[in-house]
Design a protein around this ligand. Structure first.
Ligand code: PLP
Length: 417
């Protein structure tokens, strides 16, 4: 009954993979410290690349999380925008302010990357999104032009495929065009949505990917690998290596003659054997098994949406995308109903509704019968369900829907509205 966040899931083969990994306790920092870990990492990275339809110009590396992947991608972008930053740093150099563009729906990992890289939170420009919560490309173009006039250096754009609140998908091909014209790095945050590119119905989400410089995908969100397992792909992986390779004397012997030492592709030296659990589970489910399960999530998400639409006390608050459903309780006041994405209406009652929707979530979570989250869309509090657990069935969802309706009714009768 856990329906919060992105419902990351553990599976029996995934658990087995972890059980095998722990006692081996190998270090995947160099090829020589564990050839099997290095080779298997390369194998699973390449499987996923092929499954999501990314060209072989892209090479990858496994990190713990997407936030770390985004930071490494933007570090590479920073080096290309301001060469020698690796050696000289950013301070006391005649450099313009570097700017990063991402939508107002993008994940906070972009801001954290800017903090860590010395670019600064204020230099992350939050581009407005359209009525479907996708980055507005005209606003992006406008922001870039304005920044150039101010003497700033547009460094990178981060497009999201599967945003955190609504799983909306930014228009990557159009964003890619602006990036090419403006010589900006294009990173795609496919932490959640990237895995859905495996599903034929969602193939369109991969449009424009081959024009990107980097993309991050979290198999620990959508491809059934237990936490943590995230892959960063870079077009021309050598670009990432140039920024991070550094071989101290005490590691030199270990790196001789090796084709690949994954320590060269990030700040981490010691690395877990993460590839083993991915290999076990992907071998076990197979590509078709993964796709079948993702399709089931999509079916369940649409089914819940149909129940919501069939009850006039509720409304969908965003288009249903992948396994994410955002919705809002309105009570009996149909006058408050408004189309998805429309500007918030100046009803005093909206505040009560915001409060009521948060209370419904809190009451359900406190009961321990189910778990969901809330988010804010265009200033309004909405409830959010993120499917993803491999064990979630239609029956669970139906029970959750009954709990939501019953809790909403009880709270609105008790006077919260
Ligand atoms: N990007 C998106 C779109 C996300 O939704 C999330 C997490 O939910 C992240 C990045 C960060 O992922 P991680 O927890 O792997 O750092």
């Amino acid at each position: 009954m856990f329906l919060g966040y992105f419902g990351w899931t553990s599976t029996a083969p995934g658990i087995l993979g972890e059980i095998l990994t722990a006692p081996l306790n190998v270090n995947a920092m160099t090829w020589r410290t564990c050839p099997a870990a290095t080779e298997l990492e390369t194998v699973v990275i390449d499987w996923l690349r092929q499954w999501v339809g990314l060209s072989d110009d892209f090479g990858g590396v496994v990190y713990d999380t997407a936030s770390v992947g985004i930071m490494h991608a933007l570090a590479t972008a920073r080096e290309e925008a301001a060469p020698s930053t690796r050696i000289l740093g950013l301070a006391n150099r005649d450099l313009p302010r570097l700017r990063i563009y991402t939508s107002d729906q993008a994940h906070s990992g972009v801001d954290k990357a800017a903090i860590a890289l010395g670019i600064g939170e204020e230099n992350v420009v939050r581009v407005s999104s359209d009525d479907q919560f996708r980055m507005d490309v005209n606003s992006l173009g406008h922001n870039v032009v304005q920044d150039r006039q101010k003497g700033f250096h547009p460094m990178a754009a981060v497009a999201t495929v599967g945003t955190t609140s609504t799983a909306s998908v930014d228009p990557v091909p159009e964003i890619a065009k602006i990036c090419r014209d403006e010589k900006m790095w294009l990173h795609i945050d496919g932490a959640y949505g990237g895995g859905f590119a495996m599903v034929p119905e969602y193939e369109s989400v991969r449009q424009g990917w081959d024009l990107a410089d980097s993309i991050v995908i979290n198999p620990h969100k959508t491809v059934f690998v237990p936490l943590d397992f995230s892959v960063l792909y870079v077009r021309g992986l050598e670009r990432l290596r140039r920024v991070f390779t550094l071989v101290p004397e005490y590691l030199r012997g270990d790196t001789l003659e090796a084709e690949k030492n994954y320590m060269d592709y990030g700040i981490q030296l010691g690395r877990r054997f993460r590839a083993l659990k991915a290999w076990v589970i992907w071998r076990s489910l197979g590509r078709d098994g993964i796709v079948a399960r993702l399709k089931e999530q999509i079916r369940l998400a649409n089914l819940l949406a149909s129940w919501i639409q069939g009850d006039d006390r509720f409304e969908l608050a965003a288009p249903v995308s992948m396994g994410v459903i955002c919705f809002r309780f309105l009570g009996r006041d149909a006058a408050l109903r408004h189309p998805i994405g429309a500007a918030r209406r100046p009803y005093q009652k909206q505040n009560h509704l915001d409060e009521l929707n948060s209370q419904i979530v809190e009451r359900i979570n406190a009961s321990g019968r189910a778990y969901l989250t809330h988010t804010k869309l265009r200033g309004q509090t909405v409830m959010r369900i993120g499917l993803g657990n491999i064990l979630t069935t239609e029956e669970h969802l139906h029970t959750a829907w009954e709990i939501i309706r019953e809790t909403a009714k009880a709270l609105s009768i008790s006077g919260a509205q």
